[in-house]
Design a protein around this ligand. Structure first.
Ligand code: HEC
Length: 167
């Protein structure tokens, strides 16, 4: 009776060690993927926030109203050069995903994706030179992942799935 007991203990130890080893490998792989993503992908915290602060915050910052409050008193706020508030990840993405689906894309587009061929009314604010505007536009595009100008009733679940907007 003693021999089989030892045998099964040895077999069990092998299985245990092997599974720990492959767990460690999987874990290492997951960690390195995460690092690659962080290094290669545009994120709100690493790039978008800084562009927003430099180019948009004076009119869309803490002194600006919530979107619906803005809409109810649009003339007043527009005269004060205040647009709706967008100075956090959560505020900003509500102008990309829902309820103001595609608003950032419609306003920042350079005209290449719009039916009229005209740039969106906020495109100019992206930079002082065309080079800077194009550079910042491409950073926004990479961050958003699916540059789609559609509004909520027309956008598809598939198109929403392609959005990246990493924090
Ligand atoms: C000089 C002030 C000013 C700057 C700078 C500015 N905006 Fe605006 N923005 C406004 C005003 C005022 C409105 C509301 C009037 C209108 O619809 O054009 C507005 C509207 C918008 C809207 C539409 C919101 C909605 O209700 O759908 C978006 C999106 C937007 N801005 C994005 C931006 C982004 C992104 C930047 C920075 C690249 C920016 N804006 C820079 C003043 C500004």
């Amino acid at each position: 009776m003693k021999v089989p007991k030892i045998c099964s203990l040895v077999v069990f130890s092998f299985i245990f060690l092997f599974s720990m080893d492959s767990y460690a490998h999987e874990h290492e792989k997951a960690v390195s993927n995460q690092k690659e993503n962080t290094a290669g992908e545009v994120m709100y915290t690493t790039q978008i926030k800084a562009i927003f602060e430099q180019r948009c915050a004076k009119c869309h910052g803490a002194g600006s109203p919530e979107h619906d409050e803005f809409e109810q008193n649009e003339d007043k706020y527009t005269a004060l050069k205040k647009g709706p508030r967008m100075d956090s990840y959560t505020y900003l993405t509500s102008f990309i995903v829902w309820p103001e689906t595609g608003a950032i894309m419609r306003r920042l587009d350079d005209g290449k994706n719009s039916k009229s061929g005209k740039p969106g009314s906020m495109y100019n604010n992206l930079g002082d030179t065309d080079e800077e505007r194009q550079e910042n536009l491409s950073i926004f595009k990479a961050w958003i992942g699916n540059w789609n100008l559609k509004k909520w009733p027309d956008v598809t679940k598939k198109e929403l799935d392609l959005l990246k907007v990493k924090y």
